[in-house]
Design a protein around this ligand. Structure first.
Ligand SMILES: C[S@@+](CC[C@H](N)C(=O)[O-])C[C@H]1O[C@@H](n2cnc3c(N)ncnc32)[C@H](O)[C@@H]1O
Length: 386
């Protein structure tokens, strides 16, 4: 069966064309006359019957019913897919990434909604966020093999990882990022192996960490910590809830020729450990706060914002006067304003003064569609603390 052949036609309700006219690629169920039973590629029609383009159907019952892959009379074909992949690849080659691991395809940002592909040296990891992509994976794998020259391709669906080309790697892979190495566990790690979105911010930490004692809260495999030590930090204490993440972090120290002191890899809940460090009189000149997304659904916004306020409150208490705080939120549903409010409240509560020195996000290998700003997720703010 040809997966590019448009199956069903779905029609928008009257008055629901405005967002598609602004090239926003998402269509919600409520905007459609009927979408039940639609799967794979569907033709999208306006209420008057005009062709608006082609979309891939989301999971049955999902409120996000369609994601556009072709506009107007543009064709959705193997050539279209190949062209978008090649465009994404050419863009990455133009960027000053200076790293073996980077995001090759960032879904909506590369005109391929719901499809993420990360490169790790000779490997690629595909993460499709809709099952509709399954029908196109053989073409994506062929592109990665023939045009990108990768030796292995993995497909990650939630926690399940399968090899689509080559064999599952038996050990974490060492990939160079600037002057240090990171260990990426492509099979059992979090995300596709590394938090590639923080690469530029790790470089900033490298530039800021000289002579600092650093606390790396929510460290995962220790990427910020390695960057800090490469930049001349005196000491880095990593805190993470996951034993597997800390094992990766210790091994990351070793592949970088750094001495491993057990006391610098602390397993536990950062919400409890930061107050313990405070009570023990520990103070740090650079504190990094990079928690998991606290707001994954709109209904959890208030609770998530309380989480950001509380962890920043605890982080501020262990900063020395004149310290730097790099504080992050990867919740797309939290706005800059809401994040600022959470920081402001935290700072007021502990009686510290915060000045924002930089407001950054993910690097340029995570392009954001101007038409779909909701996909911009990462906030990484550098503040000075008095
Ligand atoms: C966004 S990732 C951190 C990525 C990391 N900064 C990097 O650049 O690779 C969040 C991490 O927080 C850890 N985590 C989740 N809840 C935690 C908690 N309550 N206390 C400590 N760590 C936690 C997860 O295991 C994960 O490694």
């Amino acid at each position: 069966m040809n997966p590019y052949r448009v199956g069903r036609r779905v029609r928008l309700k009257p008055g629901r064309e405005a967002s598609l006219a602004r090239l926003h690629p998402w269509v919600y169920r409520g905007a459609l006359e009927a979408v039940e039973g639609a799967s794979g590629a569907v033709e999208v029609l306006g209420a008057g019957g005009t062709r608006l383009g082609v979309a891939l159907a989301g999971e049955p019952g999902a409120s996000l019913a369609l994601r556009m892959v072709a506009w107007g009379h543009e064709e959705w074909s193997r050539e279209t897919l190949h062209h978008r992949l090649a465009h994404a690849s050419a863009l990455r080659r133009r960027l000053p990434l200076d790293a073996e691991a980077f995001r090759l395809v960032n879904a909506e940002g590369d005109g391929l909604p719901g499809l993420v592909i990360d490169r790790y040296g000779p490997w690629a990891v595909i993460e499709p966020f809709m099952t509709a992509w399954d029908d196109y994976l053989s073409d994506v794998v062929a592109f990665l093999r023939d045009a990108e020259g990768v030796a292995g391709v993995l497909v990650r669906r939630g926690q399940r990882v399968e090899a689509a080309l080559g064999k599952l790697p038996s050990a974490p892979l060492a990939v160079r990022e600037g002057p240090w190495l990171l260990l990426a566990d492509l099979v059992r790690g979090q995300k596709t192996g590394l938090f590639l979105d923080q690469r530029d911010n790790r470089r900033r930490v490298f530039e800021l960490a000289r002579d600092c004692k650093v606390l790396n809260l929510f460290s995962y495999s220790g990427g910020f910590g390695v960057a800090a030590l490469a930049g001349g930090a005196r000491r880095v204490v990593n805190v993470d809830a996951s034993a597997a993440a800390l094992k990766l972090a210790r091994n990351t120290w070793q592949v970088n020729g750094l001495a491993v002191a057990e006391a610098d890899f602390v397993r536990g809940d950062a919400f409890h450990l930061a107050p313990e460090l405070h009570a023990a009189g520990e103070r740090f000149e650079l504190v990094i706060v990079d928690p998991p997304a606290f707001v994954s659904h709109r209904s959890r916004l208030a609770e998530g914002l309380r989480g950001y306020r509380e962890i920043n409150r605890q982080a501020l208490r262990v900063t020395s006067a004149g310290a730097l705080l790099l504080t992050c939120s990867c919740s797309a549903l939290v706005s800059e304003q809401q994040f600022a409010e959470a920081l402001l409240t935290a700072a007021l509560e502990v009686g510290r003064r915060l000045t924002v020195l930089g407001r950054w996000g993910a690097g340029p290998d995570h392009p954001v569609s101007l038409y779909c700003p909701e996909t911009r997720h990462l906030k990484a703010w550098l503040c000075s603390v008095e």
